[in-house]
Every structure is written in C-alpha cells, then in structure tokens.
Design a protein around this ligand. Structure first.
Ligand code: B12
Ligand code: SF4
Length: 466
C-alpha cells in the first residue's frame, strides 16, 4: 500500500520570525513512530515541509497528517487537497485531540490522543475495508511497541537527527500545558522499559542525543536505570527536567555521569502568585538559584523557559527576568507570551471569563497576545517579549552570563553555544540551503563534551557568583 505521511509547515514559514535553524533541528519523530506499525511491504513517503518542498501531485492510498496548533490551517488545506483527489485522509496529533469537531470535516478518520493503540487498530480496520471515522486512545503503554522507522528520516536535513523519546507525558499538571488535554481518558505519564530505551539509544549513530521527553527525570526509578545503563556509552545528551527534580536526591548527578550536558527547565516566572495561578506547584517555594548552582557544578548548561503575561506580571517583568537570567548564568532562554491552548485549564478559564480575543490558531504561537491581559497592556506585553530576546542575546549579556561560570572552559562553552545559536543566522541559513547541516553535528558534540579537570566539576561547594 502507498502511504504518505506529512508534517505540514506552520504558516509562519513566511513570517519574519521564521528561523530555518529552529525548524531544521528535529525530524518528525511522531510520524516515524507511527510508521513502525505499517507493514514491511508498504511504500511509505514521509515528508517534513519544514525542510523540503512538499510534493502534492502524488496519489497515495492513505495520507497521514500530524496537526499542531500552528500548522492546523495548512494541515486542513492539505487534507482537503488529497481528499478531493480520492485519497483516504487521517488527521491526528495535539490539535486534533483538543478540537476534534474542527478537524473532522477535513478528514476521513480522526485520532484522539497518542497513536500507539489506535493507529494499528485503524490500519487493521482499513485493510479490512471498515475504517471508523473516529479513534480514541485508551490503552497507554510503550511496552512492545515496534521500532521507530528511523530509516524514513532524511538525517542530513537536520542538525539533531538523533531525537528520541523514552517516556510520554509528565507527572505534573500545569494549567497552561497541552499535556492533561492530550492524555485525557488514560494514563498521562508512562515510560518505556529501561532495556527498550537503551536498545533504541544503541541504534543511534554518533554521540549526540536529544531527549524530547517532557520530563526526563520525572520517574526516578526509570531515569536512574536509564542513566546507569548509559554510563560508558560515551554519549552526550540534552533533555528537559523540572527544578524540583534537580534539587531532589542524586538523579541529576547520575544524569551528568551518563552524559547530560544541557537541560531545558521551565522556571516560567519569578512570582509565586503566578506559579499558583498556573498550578505549577512543583516550582512553588523552590530555590531556583540552588538548582542552577547544582547544574553548573555538574557542568550542565541551562536553557531556561519563561512565560510572560500571567496576571501578576507588570511592565517591569521583562527587565527583572532578563537581569536574573543573566546573573544566574543561564546559557539560553526561551521566552513565551502566555498562550491558552484549546483544551487546557487556562483556555477554559479564559473562555469562561471572556478573555479570549480570537481563535486564529496561526497566532497561537507564543509570540502574539491572543487574550485580554491584566497587569500590563497587550502592547507592553508584545514589546517587552521582543525586548527580552534582544536583550538576553545581546553580545554584552551573552558575555556577562558566560562570566558567571568559574571555569574558563565553561565560560567559553557557554559563549560559543549561546552565540552560535542566536548570532549567526545568515551562516545557518547558508548551511541549511546547501544541505551541510548534518556536518555541523561534530561541532555541537565538541561544545557539549565534558569539561575535564575543571575546578567546579562535581564539586559539592556552591559556586560563589551564582
Ligand atoms: C520537538 C518539538 C518541536 C520541534 C518540532 C519538531 C518536529 N519535527 O516535530 C520544534 C522545535 C520545531 C517545535 C516548534 C514549535 N512548537 Co513544539 N514541541 C516539540 C515537542 C517538545 C516534542 C514533539 C515530539 O516529537 N513528541 C514525540 C512524538 C513521539 O510524539 P508526537 O509528535 O506527539 O506524536 C504522537 C501523537 O501526537 C500521535 N500523532 C501525531 N500525529 C498523528 C497523526 C495520526 C493520523 C495519528 C493516528 C496519530 C498522530 O501519535 C504519535 C505517537 O504517539 C512537543 C512537546 C511534546 N511532548 O509533544 C512540543 C509542542 C508540540 N510544541 C508546541 C508549540 C506550541 C510549538 C511552537 C508554536 C512554539 C514556538 N513558539 O516556537 C513551534 C511551532 C511548531 C509547529 N510546527 O507548528 C506545543 C504544541 C501545542 C499544541 N496544542 O499544538 C507543544 C506540545 C509544547 C507545549 N508544551 O506546549 N516544537
Ligand atoms: S512540568 Fe512541563 S510538561 Fe509537565 S505539566 Fe508542567 S509544563 Fe507540562
């Protein structure tokens, strides 16, 4: 059977915010995961519109499209196009799960929730010529799942071809997060077996890995087994965690020993009232500075994530946050304008209070204000958000943040990583255009490799500047 799988590009591909390097980072792992359920003799064409021109003049029997909020309109247009030609079209993913009624008119079958139980069920029904219009995920497990079809990924198009997920969901319940809506009706946090995760890692060439898991340290037993098993594999990796998991026990030391070199952390806000409003209980009263110190002592770089526009934020929030991030020596920062994704608690409360301005999903990209603000105006919020990126990534602030590390090698690593990520856009564009992106991987691996003989490495003493 001829199967076409598509990750449509978000409409912002033509906007001034479009950053080719950001969208050439990771391959379409969700679709490659689903492809694992197809038969060996199925002819699968997996296309990622972020990195290649989409062919739409083909005539597959089955079209599988993954829908995120910001690519929803493009996904619907592609679905309509293929249905008109007589192809059977399936729509699934986060946005379809939040708004099935919106997606339904564009699909022959829609899929609610993760695909591991419902996609194989659909394939069987389809081959038996009795597919259903709607499949809802109920069984949540990663036991016995087939291998991700990594052979379908065009590795040379991506800076980080080795993206991997070994868990699904997260143990927490933040009000603005996609996760509770997506996993409704079943378990919302579960893991592979340690052995399966290690064998998936073993399949990946090179040294560098990027774990896309929402919370790699979320299950202590699993994470501990994983890191134990990874010791001696000579990997360097990046992943995400929460402040409380970093402060608790010795899991983060084990992660560092296994090769963790950078971590994404949702600090979100410096105001306790905002944390309460967001049900981000795991951050409440936690010593952010202590977590940062611990990570720096282990030689782990930090990508801090922050949300602007929660109700306690006033016009001073931007400068306070950027100054703090620089003083704390965060290597990179991801700033977001608060965005109520359909299906989330935040969306429901904003809808009930009449605070949503519109439902143009193209603008629900965390860079635009789509709701009625409280402590500051929409204009202040947008301008402050733009200013924060500019200010944090100014050369002077990159240098100041780098100097927060004791060790000169750490300072240099920080400077190279932050500068490389944000300051060489034309060079990245040139490299991407000429299809040399994959050749940059050794450079990334070198920047992420272990700093040897550094005075603060594994030191139990706090680093004084932090
Ligand atoms: C990697 C990633 C990216 C990468 C995209 C890489 C890629 N090629 O996919 C980059 C960095 C480019 C990115 C950018 C953005 N992202 Co992003 N990203 C993620 C992240 C961390 C992991 C996605 C992933 O690979 N998951 C692992 C795979 C295995 O799962 P999956 O893709 O969900 O696929 C499964 C199911 O969804 C389902 N499924 C999916 N499609 C289909 C189709 C059918 C037919 C079926 C049956 C099943 C099915 O089956 C799969 C197996 O279970 C998620 C967080 C998360 N945990 O999902 C956020 C996330 C998807 N991103 C999000 C957002 C908002 C964005 C941005 C708008 C943010 C920004 N300001 O830049 C942009 C725009 C992205 C876009 N294309 O529109 C939100 C989406 C919210 C929403 N409701 O849609 C998420 C959930 C983060 C969050 N917590 O809010 N992102
Ligand atoms: S900790 Fe992160 S992934 Fe988990 S619920 Fe909160 S925002 Fe979502």
């Amino acid at each position: 059977m001829k199967i076409k799988m598509i990750l449509p590009a978000l409409t912002e591909a033509k906007s001034p915010y479009w950053r080719p390097i950001k969208y050439s980072l990771f391959p379409p792992l969700g679709l490659a995961t689903l492809a694992g359920y197809c038969r060996a003799d199925d002819e699968i064409d997996l296309q990622d519109e972020h990195v290649e021109e989409l062919r739409t003049d083909d005539m597959p029997e089955l079209v599988i499209i993954q829908v995120y909020i910001t690519n929803a309109y493009r996904a619907y247009a592609l679905a309509d196009h293929y249905r008109k030609k007589g192809c059977y079209v399936c729509l699934g993913g986060l946005h379809v799960t939040s708004l099935p009624e919106e997606a339904m008119p564009h699909a022959d079958s829609i899929f609610i929730g993760p695909g591991e139980d419902i996609f194989p069920a659909f394939l069987e029904d389809f081959r038996n010529k009795r597919p259903l219009p709607r499949y809802v995920s109920r069984i949540r497990t990663l036991q016995g799942v087939p291998k991700v079809r990594r052979d379908l990924i065009k590795r040379s198009y991506y800076l980080v071809p080795n993206s991997i997920v070994v868990t699904r969901g997260c143990p927490h319940h933040c009000d603005f997060c996609y996760k509770d809506a997506f996993f409704e009706g079943g378990r919302s946090f579960y893991t592979q077996t340690v052995d399966d995760a290690l064998s998936e890692i073993d399949r990946l060439p090179g040294r560098h890995l990027y774990f896309l898991d929402d919370h790699l340290l979320g299950n202590q037993r699993f994470a501990s087994g994983l890191f134990e098993g990874m010791k001696g594999m000579d990997r360097v990796f990046q992943g995400a965690s929460t402040v409380d998991a970093i402060l608790r026990g010795d899991l983060i030391e084990k992660a560092a020993e296994a090769g963790m070199r950078s971590v994404f952390i949702g600090f979100e806000t410096l105001a306790q009232g905002n944390l309460l409003q967001s049900n981000k209980k795991q951050n409440l009263g936690k010593d952010y500075a202590a977590a940062i110190r611990r990570l720096h002592d282990l030689g782990i770089m930090i990508n801090g994530s922050f949300v602007f526009g929660l109700d306690e934020d006033g016009p001073d929030v931007f400068k306070r946050t950027v100054d703090w991030a620089v003083q704390m020596g965060l290597t990179t920062c991801t700033f977001h304008i608060l965005t109520p994704y359909p299906g989330t608690g935040l969306y429901k409360s904003m809808q009930a209070e009449g605070r949503l301005l519109h439902s143009n999903w193209d603008l629900y990209d965390t860079r635009n204000v789509v709701y009625k603000t409280r402590g500051l105006s929409a204009e202040q919020l947008k301008a402050g958000y733009d200013w924060s990126y500019k200010s944090f990534y100014s050369w002077s602030n990159i240098a100041r943040a780098s100097l927060q590390h004791d060790d000169i090698k750490h300072q240099l690593k920080h400077f190279a990583y932050a500068g490389g990520w944000k300051k060489f856009e034309p060079l990245w564009n040139f490299i991407i255009k000429n299809r040399h992106l994959n050749q940059m991987l050794p450079l990334l691996e070198a920047i992420l490799s272990k700093v040897r003989n550094g005075p603060d490495r594994y030191s139990p003493q706090p680093v004084l500047q932090h």
